[in-house]
Structure formats: C-alpha cells, structure tokens
Design a protein around this ligand. Structure first.
Ligand SMILES: Nc1ncnc2c1ncn2[C@@H]1O[C@H](COP(=O)(O)OP(=O)(O)OP(=O)(O)O)[C@@H](O)[C@H]1O
Ligand SMILES: CC(C)(CO)[C@@H](O)C(=O)[O-]
Ligand code: BAL
Length: 285
C-alpha cells in the first residue's frame, strides 16, 4: 500500500490506473479507523480493481467550539488496518494543499434544503464543509465508485444529491451500519465516552428500536408523541437529546401518514460525545 500526501501525485497515479482501464473505488474517512470503516474498504475492494482511502480531518466541516483539535488521530494503526483490508493507496493530504486559498476560499458546494435540516440545524455549515471536501476529493481521485456509511444517513443523502445535481460520474454506494455487540453504532467519537457513559450508550439504538415498534403498532398519526417519548427516554438514560425525528426516507422531511419508507434519525449528547444513529422502517408489509 502506498501513502501519498501530495494531491498532484495522487491524481497522476490514479490517472495511470484509469488509462490502464482499471476501476477505482474510493473510501473517504477522517481516520481513527474501526470495523465500520473497514466494512467500507471491503465493499470497495469487492467492486473495483483499485481502492483509494483518504484520511483527512476536514476543518471546514467543524463548527467553532467543536472537537476539531481533539478528534482522534491514529495514523500508524490506521495504515496497518488499511493494508490488511487490501487498500492500494492511502491519501493523507495536508490542509494547506487541499485548501490552497485557506478555509475562506471563494468556491463552495452547497446542497440547500437537505443540509439545513436535523444535524445541519445543530451544526450550521457542516454539510457545506462535507459537500465541498467530498467534491474536492472526487476531483482528485476521480473514482468510479465511492462508499459511504449509512450511519451518517443525512450525509449520505447530501452526497447522493450533490452527485445527481452536479452530474458527477461516480456511483455512490451506501453501506449498512456496523454495530458493537450491544447495538451501539461504531463511531470514532465513542472513544470520548467514560466507562459509565459507554454502558448507557446502547440506549440510543434501543430507543430507535422502540420508536420503530411504536410506528408499526400506532402508525404515523401521532408522530410528534412518538418523537417526544423517544427524547424523554434518552433523557432518562443520561443523554441530552438533540432530536429524534421520524422522517421520509429520501427527503428527510417529517413523515406523513401514507409514507412507507421511513427513517428515524437521532442525535444526542452523552458526556463529551455527540452520538448519531438511525433506523429505517418499511411500512409496505
Ligand atoms: N459504524 C459504521 N458503520 C458503517 N460505516 C460507518 C460507521 N461509522 C462510520 N462509517 C462511515 O465511515 C466513513 C467515514 O466516517 P468517519 O471517519 O467520520 O467515522 P465515524 O466513526 O463516523 O466518526 P465520527 O465519530 O466522526 O462520526 C463515513 O462514510 C461514515 O458514514
Ligand atoms: C465524508 C467525510 C470523510 C468528509 O470529510 C466525513 O464527513 C466522514 O468521515 O464521514
Ligand atoms: N462522520 C461525520 C463527520 C463529522 O461528524 O464531522
């Protein structure tokens, strides 16, 4: 596995692969790799001749007062995991090379509407930062396919919309959330939890499961009550909920009676960690 930090060298190498007719898959990450990331790399490996992974803690998607500086950086361990998973090229760019004009660059990618809901309301500018960096990385890697986790459900929806609206020739693949044995979605930020908080953390997924059961038995006419009950339950278990929302699975608008493909989105603070999770609900059966 090669490791490159120079965007121009990366671009030259992947151009050679494309000229040789090889199919390139891309897995963008912020590092501190866990089994969720590795599932993306395995999926990429099974679908392409070459796998490129990036590790870049993108300052543009962090708000003031967020955990940009504290974000866990474990490069040597990550390299070993990527090598073992069959990654061909690790891209670890320097911030100055990806943002030559600084973070106040003149050009951004905005996906309005979707980016302003849910996590976007709590983290203003977050999805603009995500869409902009993913667009930059796509320009450099020029992947045929790119793999993203369904754990970051709204992020995946924003990226799919960007790719569709800007005619980007990339197939976006969503990968199911990889969980710990007790149901907690794997996330780099789980490392912020104390032992006591870690013991409470699976209640986020349990709350989603209970809310899904409530939808199955009561339908959507009392959506607000189900959401409020879910938030109250999270409070009882030591979380400070940001939101639990029952949404249309594609638009992420509030679900309406008659909708059949739903997603329950949740975000909650637990100690130092802002945890997110989601669960899809199919009402067609
Ligand atoms: N548990 C998981 N299962 C599947 N994919 C995941 C999981 N966690 C993260 N991913 C995906 O890995 C990619 C990189 O995510 P990122 O590096 O931010 O990891 P993370 O663990 O989600 O970190 P954070 O705590 O910052 O949210 C994204 O596409 C994300 O959706
Ligand atoms: C997609 C991404 C790598 C962009 O910085 C990041 O938001 C993430 O890790 O999910
Ligand atoms: N996994 C999403 C990246 C972020 O929270 O900034």
């Amino acid at each position: 596995m090669q490791t490159l930090s120079d965007p121009h060298r990366l671009h030259q190498l992947v151009r050679q692969w494309h000229q040789a007719g090889e199919r390139v898959a891309f897995v963008p990450t912020m590092g501190n790799l866990h089994d969720g990331h590795i599932a993306l790399v395995h999926q990429a490996r099974s679908r392409a001749d070459r796998v490129v992974t990036s590790i870049f803690v993108n300052p543009m998607q962090f708000g003031a007062g967020e955990d940009l500086d504290a974000y866990p950086r474990t490069l040597e361990q990550d390299k070993q995991r990527l090598f073992d998973a069959g990654c061909d090229l690790l891209f670890t760019p320097e911030t100055e090379l990806l943002y030559p004009a600084g973070l106040a660059q003149q050009t951004y990618v905005e996906v309005p509407g979707l980016s302003d809901l849910h996590c976007g309301t709590s983290r203003p500018g977050h999805f603009r930062g995500v869409a902009t960096i993913v667009c930059k990385l796509f320009n450099l890697v020029q992947p045929d396919i790119a793999c993203f986790g369904e754990k970051d459900y709204q992020q995946l929806a924003v990226i799919r919309t960007m790719v569709r609206d800007l005619n980007m020739p990339v197939e976006v693949i969503g990968i199911p959330t990889v969980r710990e044995r007790d149901g907690l979605a794997m996330s780099s930020r789980n490392g912020y939890l104390t032992e006591a908080e870690r013991a409470q953390a699976p209640e986020l997924k349990r709350t989603l499961d209970l809310t899904a059961q409530g939808i199955q038995s009561l339908g959507l006419t009392d959506r607000n009550t189900l959401e409020q009950q879910a938030e109250a339950r999270l409070r009882q278990h030591g979380f400070t909920p940001d939101f639990v929302r029952i949404c249309h699975g594609q638009t992420l608008a509030p679900a309406q009676p008659g909708d059949t493909q739903l997603v329950i989105l949740a975000a909650a603070q637990l100690g130092r960690a802002r945890l997110i999770d989601n669960l899809t609900v199919d009402l067609t059966g």
